[in-house]
Design a protein around this ligand. Sequence first.
Ligand code: ADP
Ligand code: MG
Length: 699
Amino acid sequence: MERQNIPELFGSMVFDDRVMRARLSAEVYNSLRKTIDENAKLDVTVAEAVAQEMRDWAVERGATHFTHWFQPLTGVTAEKHDSFITPSPDGGVIMEFSGKELIKGEPDASSFPSGGLRATFEARGYTAWDPTSYAFIKDHTLCIPTAFCSYSGDALDKKTPLLRSMQALDRQARRILRLFGKEVKYVRTSVGPEQEYFLIDKEMFEKRPDLVYTGRTLFGAMPPKGQELDDHYFGVIKPRVTTFMEDLNNELWKLGILAKTEHNEVAPAQHELAPIFSTTNVATDNNQLMMEVMQKVARKHGMVCLLHEKPFAGVNGSGKHNNWSMATDTGVNLLSPGDTPYENAQFLLFLCAVIQAVDDYQDLLRLSVATAGNDHRLGANEAPPAIISVFLGDELTAILDAIKTDSPYQGTEKVIMKLGVYSLPRFSRDTTDRNRTSPFAFTGNKFEFRSLGSSNSIACCNIMLNAAVAESLRQYADRLEKAEDFEAELHALIKETIMAHERILFNGNGYGEEWVKEATEVRGLSNLKTTADAMPHLLDPKNKEMLKAHKVFTETELHSRCEIMLENYCKTVNIEGHTMVDMVRKNYLPAIEGYLYSLAKATATMKAVSDRVKCNYEISTMERLSELTDHILERTEALEEALASLGECGDIIGTSEAIRDSVLPRMEELRKFVDEAEMLTSEKCWPFPSYGKLLFSVY
Ligand code: ADP
Ligand code: MG
């Protein structure tokens, strides 16, 4: 591959601040900047001027079309392309793009899920420009990041509530900072999502209908070698993967995505890519784009990038780590312990806000990562459990303990922790980041939420996290603004919060059986194992009230979202179930039958030649395989029956429970018998590539 000048390449396809500053008039630039930074209303004449420059810039770079790029509730991005061409009087065309076209679009989006929103309101939806996320060029198309709403103003996407949640947090965090004597322009949450994925050979992929239809293997016996040697983790990257990664980095850099760290992961064929963190809204757009580009580049290299949470049973699945913090416009990280005692008190207050938020809204965090795919990982000893808890590390825990009990902190100096008097030590990553089994870990100056599935949009969990932290901060601000003795009140507040929310703090092994017992029976933490269990909690009164109070969701939006997420879960598993039936009836059973026939024929032929041959191998294999085909048939019929009766469950809650209680267990049983048959059948007769071929085919 050609060597690239990276600083020149970086962001070359993005209408970013550098381009705006260079191309827009000072007046237009400043006005747009104010909209981006301070949410100021956008002037129409400004939009017109920006549109002209955007078009010229895009056309210079070969763009012929533009699109409003948005994130409907399907979880993937959507785009509808319009060309810039407008007929000119002389019979030719000119390239046009107006301010109106930049600001607002009206895609015919009636097929996107709306959870009943559009049945009751308007059938159409509209998209609105989000100037806080830069426009970019992809495949000769100028892509304008937009929010997607119904005509009644209800959000039909993931970006709108994300932006609202960021505003809620900004509002409350600034109230707190004001109490510490700090006026800042804004507080924004920042996110760095680490993305895991699998790469497999395209030819192998295409031979597996389960991968093609569902993104995961629904059958497959374990190969002799899995991940037990740990030889893949951080191992030497194979040449074909290296070329892929180089190409991928170039494509991401062009789009202004800060791709930074890449390495092999635990499972064979598994890898990770982490970008440098950015503002949550931009990080979300970039992560969506990154997933898309990964898949596209992999194809170019004759591979397929699997983003499913559990493409292969028996080896680790893929997740996404959502590294999250809050920072001011001047770049001060509010989750970084400061240098002065006063700053430390502020740090501890923000820390408490997160601890309380995670405890009060465990269920919201859990359901924000709930999907059919992710259900296979959480609690399966490869990913954090479905129980949400917070890991702080020994040092910080000792400090909180000392505050709670008014006792000396056994740190470097023996001192009574009185806020506003003593400084806290800085936490090094070494002392905070050792626990990999915690779903929500403090890692020195940020929290890492580790329960996300690899294909999840990070919008969902950040909406809940931002809103929940905004709520803790609101309660604190309400109380502290009224306080006569600020420092005394602050100390009391922090102490009380630690005591009230201690149950969510856990530094031990999150994978252990004992933890499940302690968490649920002693601490009363919730353990929502599946999407069907978790999702309905979105409508719990305490959750609805909080999300509505901070204007993150409206009542109708909440109902529609709950419905859509459950529908998504049901449809996903339904497709998986039907794919299994299809593969069994059309391929597995006929294949086993073919092999049985050849065994039977061989036995008969051999016995005809000599009556001394025993044919032990042929006969025992035949007997077991024949038994297995009976089991397989029986389980297939049971699965078909479960799938057929889904229509009679009534509402979506009933359907999702039937999926959980009857469809998924039957799929599991069916698979067991087919996988056993695979171990007994000649590879030549087996209709699909084995796990070994899928996992070790890329070199
Ligand atoms: P790990 O050991 O988990 O792989 P890394 O040091 O590679 O951790 O960082 C993980 C991610 O955290 C990176 O994307 C990084 O940019 C991000 N990160 C660092 N600081 C912050 C912050 N203040 N806010 C959000 N994300 C951050
Ligand atoms: Mg990490």
